[in-house]
Design a protein around this ligand. Structure first.
Ligand code: NIG
Ligand code: FE
Length: 432
């Protein structure tokens, strides 16, 4: 290529060079979810540099090394350089489980629970998931999109660059489609990656309360095919639980999702145990919650590829005595991810740093394991680990910058926000 033309191209896309990063957590390693001991390998580099070109990571290493590389030597005058002393940099968090399409907090439920009622008692009295339906059904797509967008912005301000977003508070064809369109609309405005999931099978809506099988029929024959036809979701999720959907109903929906070429994920084991082997036979990308697990379930998970996604924000908010058995899962060799479960009933937080803190203090996950779970393993649970979740050459330059000196401070200073900046595909986002 002629030198003048090359120079013009470089001017268009000069590249960004981050250097003197106090600590860079790269998460470098094999593609896909990490398990067992591998979950402790975070690929830490001190006094690190990252070169970004065309939105991708082009070089990673010690500052001195990257500065010596031939490309940097030749183009140093044209790149934008940023001195990152006093900051830690991580792959942006991948929050692989959220429910952002709702309009109002559930403050009455909250008061009832503070007074001692359980999640199931509140749901039986008309609260819970069903109490969020009316607001979603009455809202326009635009209004729902505004709510989703504001959640995405909050997530980003805490270091999240990729997020999964579920429908599930509309629970009829029109409102579920509207919810997924609201996610798509908000995603177009947001500087990050959103993966939509159809959760029409959250609970049977009030009009089908007496005949849940009929609702499953509607989901399978009407809503899901339309969602697939309009390409509104990547995944299908089911809440398999007492008071929601049985194992049989769950299997029917998983089969239907598969027939339409959609990947699956399942809420399971939150309140009661459901044997996992039957669900895992459908090869869901993830099974989420897993508070109630038996030995056989752990063995079934070890044998497969499904990611176990733990949601300690829900345990905290519902004040359950027991958290999911993270240590048992990791020690047995199950790939574990962490996510917020952002929703108005059980986990009204969208903060991944808070989830990291809960994972360490309440589930005894090592800081390194928690970081792995919140980045590359979350990416694997969304089938995105080839692009997201680590800072490696060729991957999207999605980074989170924290005003901290040591990565272990992230879960340590709980409840604060030390996120100073977020970058997606090499561009800084406007955080506040
Ligand atoms: O993941 N468990 C089902 N879904 C949500 C709760 C939803 C709600 O209460 O609104 C969860 O915890
Ligand atoms: Fe959930």
């Amino acid at each position: 290529m002629a030198k003048a033309k090359r120079a013009a191209l470089v001017r268009q896309e000069p590249g960004v060079l981050l250097h003197r990063i106090s600590q860079l957590v790269t998460m470098s390693g094999e593609p896909g979810a990490r398990r067992g001991r591998e979950m402790c390998h975070i690929g830490l580099i001190e006094d690190a540099a990252v070169l970004i070109r065309d939105g991708k990571v082009a070089a990673v290493g010690k500052t001195a090394e990257v500065l010596r590389s031939p490309w940097v030597k030749e183009h140093r005058a044209e790149v934008i350089e940023l001195d990152c002393r006093g900051k830690i940099v991580l792959p942006g968090f991948v929050d692989s489980h959220t429910h952002p399409v709702f309009v109002a907090p559930r403050l009455i439920d909250f008061e009832k629970r503070v007074a001692g009622a359980s999640y199931e008692e509140i749901a039986a009295a008309g609260g819970g998931i069903r109490s969020s339906i009316e607001g979603v059904r009455k809202s326009s797509e635009g209004k729902l999109a505004d709510h989703v967008f504001s959640a995405l912005r909050q997530a980003q301000s805490q270091g999240t660059t990729t997020i999964e977003a579920k429908s599930g508070y509309g629970l009829d064809a029109a409102s579920e489609i509207k919810s997924l369109k609201a996610i798509r609309r908000a995603a177009r405005e947001w500087q990050g990656t959103v993966v939509a999931t159809f959760l029409g099978a959250h609970v049977p809506p009030p009009e089908f309360k007496q005949e849940p099988d009929k609702y499953v029929e509607v989901v399978c024959t009407e809503i899901l095919p339309e969602v697939a036809k309009q390409k509104l979701a990547h995944f299908v999720d089911v809440f398999c639980e007492r008071g929601a959907f049985s194992l049989e109903q769950t299997e029917r929906i998983l089969r239907e999702a598969d027939r339409h070429g959609l990947g699956t994920r399942v809420h399971v084991g939150q309140l009661t145990n459901t044997p996992l082997a039957t669900i895992l036979a459908h090869h869901p990308l993830s099974v989420d919650h897993l508070d109630c697990l038996e030995k056989a379930d752990v063995a079934a998970l070890v044998a497969g590829e499904t990611v176990a996604t733990l949601l300690p924000g829900a345990n905290y908010f519902l004040a359950t005595k027991k958290y999911p058995p993270a240590r048992k899962l990791i020690d047995a060799g199950v790939p574990v991810a962490l996510a917020t479960d952002y929703n108005p009933g059980t986990s009204p937080t969208i903060s991944m740093p808070l989830v990291l803190s809960l994972a360490c203090t309440q589930m005894r996950m090592r800081v390194e394991e928690a970081l792995t779970a919140a980045t590359i393993n979350g990416a694997a649970a969304l089938e995105l680990s080839d692009r997201k979740g680590s800072v490696e050459v060729g991957k999207d330059a999605d980074l989170a910058f924290f005003e901290l000196d040591d990565y272990r401070e992230l879960p340590y200073w709980f409840g604060g926000n030390h996120c100073a900046a977020v970058m997606t595909s090499g561009r800084f986002a406007d955080l506040f």
